[in-house]
Design a protein around this ligand. Sequence first.
Ligand code: KG4
Ligand code: ZN
Length: 342
Amino acid sequence: MEKEDVIILAIETSCDETAAAVVRNGREVCSNIISSQIALHTVYGGVVPEIASRKHIEKINQVIEEALKSADVTLNDISAIAVTYGPGLVGALLVGVSTAKAISLAAGLPLIGVHHIEGHISANYIENKDLEPPFICLVVSGGHSHLVVVKDYGEYEILGRTRDDAAGEAFDKVARAIGLGYPGGPKIDKVSKEGNPDAIHFPRAKVVDSVYDFSFSGLKSAVLNYLNSCEMKGTPIVQADVAASFQKAVVDVLVEHSMSAVQEYGLKRFAIAGGVASNSCLREALARECNARGIEFFYPSPILCTDNAAMIGVAGYYEYCKGVRHGFDLNAHPNLRLGERA
Ligand code: KG4
Ligand code: ZN
């Protein structure tokens, strides 16, 4: 490590992954440790907040130590601590925030609170060294669906958001209904490869007063109604066809909104972020549509799409460069909005 390097130790505990990473100069990931609780929550069919918080407490120190060790650094090499402070589960966020504050105090290091969604967007900078704002980004995760213009580092214009369920939430709920279990996204993605996406026509929801807002709860209800009616008529349910048809309905809407935004704002770069961004059908469709329009398409590797701390380290670096510093009054903000600072 060079003396003038900016080395960020990042911590992420907003949901069900306990994660820590070391990031050098904003774009180089020196370590990225993720301890996933998925197996633990699977038994309950979804994330149980209280269990998530307890597990974070058990794992956090170990994960941070591993992140420092595998990056071959000590706290003496670190320039600042970045931590997700919202949005997310309050108890889960608090574990990361308290730990970051404790390290910051003990080691005398600057503290930077990072917005979780800003982290997801920033994951694109890791493998695409040339990517710089402005660009349009579709953020689709378990808790959020946003279409944003990334005007500059840390500066966003939100074009659309979901009015009800997030895209990932819809994947998870439909997966549960068709017996695939939790987490639904990757399972629907996999089983859809054997299904016919045109077998069942599910609605492509439009929000009347907004071109870019999303609504997925109607689609989820349409799937549940379809399953009920099959049951009542005694028609066999073809799981792969339901999965593929549902997935196609989500992907069509995400692609249509994204391409309208790209066209309206005349930007030549488009990126995706969040857990659902690792969906193979979505990636293929967006790659095809961007290619047809001469738009450069950026997407993180699947491991950087789902929750991780490397993305928080990248977003934290750009905040650090701008001079953003938080005090020890930094708190967890479960409903923090993108572009808002607390
Ligand atoms: O970004 P993330 O790890 O957590 C949140 O910030 O919410 O996203 C998790 C979500 C889950 O809903 C999961 O089902 C979904 O991302 N997901 C996928 C895929 N992989 C993860 N959805 C569709 N296809 C996938 N391959
Ligand atoms: Zn996330």
